[in-house]
Design a protein around this ligand. Structure first.
Ligand SMILES: [Fe+2]
Length: 307
């Protein structure tokens, strides 16, 4: 137990919880040592993240094992399907880094610099994502978040109705990061191998949130490649039209990294994208995916794309 730990009966109301403005996202929690988060407080945190889409724990100083423990209190930590992202000691930690660790390459440099919702290319996407910087870059760094519920609400009615009847196709192979073991393999071989590991899937283009029923566009320029059942040209045109309406400044929240912060967000309601970075910067961040054990959405089942 940390000396500043909370008594078992405490709730988040005992800490400094700052809610966002009405048209913004993101709750900030200060004064709480995340190592002491109780199951009851974790339920409150999940309620906050479903309501406000993003939660930031300020001023944490977690060992790797304590960070994983936090994920376990919030839900079930993910072990990412590609091992080259794993921390060598902790497979639950997905590493984004351009710095060596014990003299070796660790994780992947430059992850997620495109709009996406984590693991939308699986039939069971990742519910929540948690990230903390481990080595802060020399220059300011941001992560951008796109509010998918507000983007849906703002669609013209005819487009909203059209999308409610469509399924989007998600695939990640175009984002595959080539590894040292890929030398001498053709791009076709690499793409086919990835397809076997993570074949394209379909989801409703608009999903109903399992907790609050909010309707969210479930599309991204990073992983969505079209709509099931539409002719290719029509699918491309519609996707481009929707993405242009979604990826507008008014729906984007910019989060600036700060040392010691742990950021948690709801992948059902937000797309995210790494902000610009200075090419000479060195940084390391640790992500842990967290499954909350709820259905990802309640309106229609996920599916495999039929060839
Ligand atoms: Fe991501």
């Amino acid at each position: 137990m940390n000396p500043i730990g909370s008594p078992p009966s405490s709730t988040l109301a005992d800490f400094e919880v700052t809610l966002p403005a009405d048209d913004d996202i993101g709750v900030r929690i200060a004064g709480l040592d995340a190592r002491t988060l109780t199951a009851g407080q974790a339920a409150e945190v999940r309620a906050l993240v479903y309501e406000h889409k993003l939660v930031v724990f300020e001023g944490q100083d977690l060992l790797d094992a304590e960070y994983i423990d936090l994920a376990r209190v919030l839900g079930t930590p993910q072990v990412y399907f590609q091992h080259n992202y794993h921390h060598p000691d902790h497979p639950e930690i997905f590493v984004s880094s351009n710095l060596p660790f014990r003299g070796q390459k660790i994780g992947v440099a430059g992850t997620g610099a495109y709009w996406h919702s984590d693991c939308s290319f699986f039939t069971e996407p990742l519910s929540l994502t948690m990230i903390t910087p481990r080595v802060m870059p020399e220059n300011p760094r941001t992560t951008l978040y796109l509010d998918l519920a507000r983007a849906f609400e703002a669609l013209p009615e005819h487009l909203a109705q059209r999308l409610l009847g469509l399924r989007s196709i998600h695939e990640a192979k175009w984002r595959y990061k080539v590894q040292p073991c890929d030398v001498d393999k053709s791009l076709t071989e690499l793409l086919e191998a990835f397809d076997a590991l993570a074949p394209a899937v379909t989801h409703p283009a608009v999903i109903d949130h399992p907790v609050n029923g909010r309707r969210c566009l479930y599309l991204s320029s990073g992983f969505t490649v079209g709509f099931e059942g539409l002719p290719a040209e029509e699918s491309r045109t519609l996707l481009a039209e929707v993405l242009a309406l979604m990826e507008r400044k008014e729906f984007i929240h910019e989060h600036r990294w700060a040392a010691g912060e742990v950021t948690l967000w709801d992948n059902r309601q937000l797309n995210h994208c790494a902000g610009d970075k200075h090419e000479n910067d060195h940084s390391t961040s640790y992500r842990i995916g967290v499954y909350d054990e709820l259905e990802f959405y309640t309106n229609q089942p996920a599916g495999r794309l039929l060839a």
